[in-house]
Design a protein around this ligand. Structure first.
Ligand code: SF4
Length: 218
């Protein structure tokens, strides 16, 4: 099998017409982040803003996700990668259909193979059911780490679910704190960073104090 670079994979994916979602998409949201990251986040699929901008999690939910990432020293441009199960927007933000998920699987499979993350975080039910266990219950199993195919996997709430139900934000934050602790425990090349102005400041080790982000409504 031909070994592709990550950039080759991205360019090919942008031309993909393997399922019906290619008919209605504006842009392919292939993924964003550090392709050598030890932590990979996976969501279900692009929404309207993601379709317009060609990047996962850039709407209100994405802004909320970014704030939560920053609270635990993570940053989509620096030390993680973010991708989706399907790379093109399902019309009307419906769930991606099983055949669409299967058609798009080779792209995600190759992303995982090339990034080779130690930890995969599934954002929301669809991603957790697809990646971890078809019967995964986010409200019961969020924040639990499971080993699968040599990687640690964890499912947590989708940011859109937190926007709909802000009462779950504290649980979401607890999951991200557990993720930060797991990163400190097992990741060797991940530097936790905080944004200060336009600069990312590395934070060493654990023990920092974190505040739950307060402006998650939007
Ligand atoms: S959703 Fe995936 S399989 Fe379908 S057209 Fe887009 S990139 Fe190709």
């Amino acid at each position: 099998m031909e070994t592709k670079t990550f950039e080759q994979l991205r360019r090919e994916c942008l031309l993909c017409r393997s399922c019906q979602l290619c008919e209605t998409r504006r842009n392919v949201a292939f993924g964003v982040g550090n392709e050598r990251a030890e932590i990979l986040f996976i969501g279900e699929g692009p929404g309207e803003n993601e379709d317009i901008q060609g990047e996962p999690f850039v709407g209100r939910g994405g802004q909320l996700l970014d704030r939560m990432l920053h609270a635990v020293g993570l940053n989509r441009k620096a030390n993680i990668y973010i991708a989706n199960i399907v790379k093109c927007r399902p019309p009307g933000n419906r769930d991606p259909q099983p055949q669409e998920q299967e058609a798009c699987h080779p792209w995600l499979r190759e992303q995982i193979r090339l990034i080779d993350p130690k930890i995969i975080v599934c954002l929301g039910r669809i991603a957790a059911c697809y990646m971890i266990d078809p019967s995964f219950k986010v409200t019961k199993q969020h924040g639990e780490f499971t080993e699968k195919n040599g990687r640690l996997m964890m499912g947590t709430f989708h940011p859109a679910a937190i926007l709909r139900n802000p009462g779950q934000k504290a649980d979401w934050f607890t999951d991200f704190q557990a993720l930060r602790d797991k990163i400190v425990e097992i990741c060797t090349d991940t530097e936790l960073v905080y944004p200060v102005g336009d600069t990312l400041i590395p934070i060493a080790g654990r023990g920092e104090s974190f505040q739950t982000p307060t402006h998650g409504g939007g």
